[in-house]
Design a protein around this ligand. Structure first.
Ligand SMILES: Nc1ncnc2c1ncn2[C@@H]1O[C@H](COP(=O)(O)OP(=O)(O)OP(=O)(O)O)[C@@H](O)[C@H]1O
Ligand SMILES: [Mg+2]
Length: 356
């Protein structure tokens, strides 16, 4: 079991409040990712769940039991950090089994558990090596092995892949997804990489400045971000934002651009300064005509996609994701259209106001 509930959790360091009103229910077996910019409180929140950090207010409940003031070793959780902290002088086998040995388990039982974890993680051929004889990804697998043998109620990961190179991160990401499927144990995973969050999570907690902005599935965050912060944080390249105001006949008037008939808008909420957001992959582009005309300042050609950074007079820089595009190049003129059904509209306080 591993249901984790946070009730009105808050944290201050001295006078400085770093987390507020944290209310979350993480279901047993769920893979939840905490994501947000540096300093938003992700690690602090994770450390309060493990007990490595004290809680200034509220409760942490695991499987119905209030463990807010329980010591870390009695919470039944396993934590994997960015630095693997393996013991350099002992073998992979002994590193994985170390915690069990300290706990006084019989050798045969330790051997069986180490063998099982090693099988799951593909470490069988490496068990007699020392950590320095392993690659970064292999070392990270050993650190995960050490956590698996403890059979925790939940695994907590704090940026476990950030020391690895890009290719290895992708590989480990897939391994962790498969590991989660296999163990079906609750996992909480901290990252500031929104791609990791999107690809790994059942549900994502988006944090900013110590507040939960949204807790939902990856697709819900992408399709229906609650505010401009989440809209800009989830998705790569980032959503474009354009200044806007109420237009004629229930439209939204983009400053320096078209009046858009965006579906699902309540006229009562369309007042004052507004913002229209559109993702780079939703903008249409053409040689001859469109809502906006601009000049491609830079074309980033990736083969699969081209990212066009287009300077539009009166609006500024607009990013366009052009899948498989070969025809458009830097310094050319391009015409852009903004399909209204793909647009997001935000009010003066940056809340998303179109319903769908
Ligand atoms: N021991 C401490 N004393 C005082 N302030 C702290 C302490 N630990 C963290 N903070 C502050 O709390 C805030 C949240 O820190 P935290 O480490 O949780 O951020 P994070 O989201 O994990 O960031 P990163 O992505 O950089 O790891 C930051 O403003 C940080 O400076
Ligand atoms: Mg951190």
């Amino acid at each position: 079991m591993g249901e984790i509930v946070l009730k009105d959790v808050e944290k201050s360091f001295g006078d400085v409040s770093v987390l507020r009103d944290i209310n979350l229910t993480i279901k047993d077996g769920e893979f939840v990712v905490f994501v947000g910019p540096s300093g938003c409180g992700k690690s602090t929140l994770l450390r309060m769940i493990t007990g490595l950090e004290t809680v200034s207010g509220g409760q942490v409940v695991i499987d119905g039991e209030d463990i807010t003031h329980t010591k870390p070793s009695s919470r039944g959780l396993a934590m994997v950090f960015q630095s693997y902290a393996l013991f350099p002088h002992i073998s992979v086998r002994d590193n994985i089994g170390f915690g069990l040995k300290i706990a006084g388990l019989p050798k045969a039982e330790i051997d069986a558990k180490v063998a099982q974890a090693s099988g799951i993680l593909g470490l069988d051929a490496l068990l007699d090596r020392k950590p320095r004889e392993l690659s970064g990804g292999q070392q990270q697998r050993v650190a995960i092995g050490r956590a698996i043998v403890r059979e925790p109620a939940a695994f907590l990961f704090d940026e476990p892949l950030s020391n690895l190179d890009a290719a290895l991160r992708v590989q480990m990401r897939i391994e962790l997804i498969r590991l989660h499927e296999r163990l079906a144990t609750t996992m909480i995973y901290v990252t500031h990489d929104q791609v990791e969050a999107m690809t790994m999570a059942d549900r994502i907690v988006v944090l900013e400045g110590g507040d939960i902005q949204q807790f939902d599935t990856p697709i819900a965050l992408y399709d229906r971000p609650v505010n401009k912060f989440v809209a800009g944080f989830i998705g790569s390249p980032k959503m474009n934002f354009m200044e806007a105001s109420p237009g004629p006949d229930g439209t939204v008037q983009v400053k320096g651009g078209p009046a858009l008939k965006v579906p699902g808008l309540d006229p009562a909420r369309m007042t004052g300064r507004m913002t229209v957001g559109i993702r780079p992959e939703h903008i249409r582009y053409a040689h001859d005509a469109g809502d906006l005309t601009g000049k491609i300042l830079v074309e980033e050609q990736l083969g699969s996609d081209a990212f066009l950074y287009v300077e539009v007079e009166g609006i500024g820089m607009v990013t366009v994701r052009a899948v498989g595009e070969r025809d458009f190049h830097s310094h050319q003129t391009v015409h852009l259209s903004l399909p209204p059904e793909t647009c997001h509209v935000f009010d003066e306080s940056d809340l998303r106001i179109n319903e769908n």
